[in-house]
Design a protein. Structure first.
Length: 306
């Protein structure tokens, strides 16, 4: 009997959308500039080739595009702002039932790291090779006070709303959005107290999960932002920069925020919390970009092809 040989169809699993510049305004005078020499048309064709499968046992990564000397393409974790400790801020702004006028980022980060470990996830974070003193070398955490300010800055709110809406698309909920912004404003009023001791966060992470803190090398050269919606995939940041003369990309795996929300809040009664957590992570990601960049970077979305 002849075996039927079925042709294997090479269907693309993802397509790339170009959403243009982050903004026409200048967000931060000190922020990193984009790179106008980036060829958008060729990027649209090649970007997919820089995405690889995540390794479920690999530590969470930050959205930072810099070089990681211990990078292994077969052992990459997903990217969210500030890594696992960064997710603590989303919990505080989106979920926390307690009084926003109490608590610290350090204790929130400890709770988030413990949750990761309890759920069998691998928390991760990073420093860089030039950080000293209180600064850890992770902009998402070192500049968290400015991120909270920018989240509700009246001059930035139009850009902020537009971008959060674009990333969440049909899942954007106006009430949740305003609720998280309101929580950000309250927390901003006491950010000095809330953020006291944050410099110890990565020591805590390393202590609870050995080898979970990467040390990224060299200067920032992020010229674009890619928001990835394809579950189980992530940007191979080192290879991208190597192939583009050192030009780096911020990578945000939005699918990971959704997956994390499903694991942290699995019960049917926690549906609202799941949505608010994802909303808070997207809000924080945009406010982080508003703090770290001048707004001239180009924004791409990598979406599943159905
Ligand atoms: Zn970082």
């Amino acid at each position: 009997m002849n075996k039927m040989i079925k042709p294997v169809l090479q269907q693309p699993i993802a397509h790339v959308l170009d959403l243009g510049r982050l903004s026409n305004h200048t967000w931060s005078q000190k922020g990193r500039a984009g790179n106008s020499s980036i060829d958008t048309a060729s990027l649209m064709k090649t970007l997919n080739s820089y995405y690889v499968a995540t390794n479920p046992n690999a530590k969470t990564r930050c959205i930072d595009g810099r070089h990681d000397p211990e990078f292994d393409e077969t052992k990459l974790g997903a990217q969210i702002p500030g890594g696992a400790p960064g997710a603590a801020l989303a919990y505080r702004l989106g979920i926390d039932e307690e009084d926003l006028t109490r608590g610290t980022f350090y204790s929130d980060a400890e709770m988030m790291i413990d949750s990761y470990l309890r759920l069998g996830l691998s928390p991760g974070g990073h420093r860089d090779d030039s950080s000293e003193g209180e600064a850890m070398g992770c902009g998402a955490i070192d500049k968290m006070d400015a991120i909270l300010v920018n989240m509700t800055d009246p001059s930035l709110v139009e850009d902020h709303t537009r971008l959060v809406k674009a990333l969440l698309d049909g899942a954007f909920d106006r009430d949740d959005y305003l609720r998280v912004l309101g929580a950000g404003l309250v927390l901003c009023s006491r950010s000095h107290d809330y953020l006291a001791g944050r410099g110890e966060t990565l020591n805590l992470l390393e202590q609870k999960a050995p080898h979970s803190v990467a040390v990224l090398n060299g200067p920032h050269q992020e010229a674009l932002v890619v928001v990835n919606l394809v579950p189980g995939t992530t940007l191979t940041s080192n290879r991208f920069a190597d192939d583009h003369h050192g030009v780096q990309a911020f990578g945000y795996d939005l699918w990971c925020s959704k997956q994390l929300a499903e694991m942290l809040f699995p019960l049917p009664s926690q549906m609202v919390d799941r949505h608010r957590f994802v909303m808070a992570q997207v809000i924080i990601t945009i406010a982080t970009l508003m703090t770290l960049t001048d707004g001239s970077q180009r924004l791409f979305v990598r979406a599943p092809t159905v």
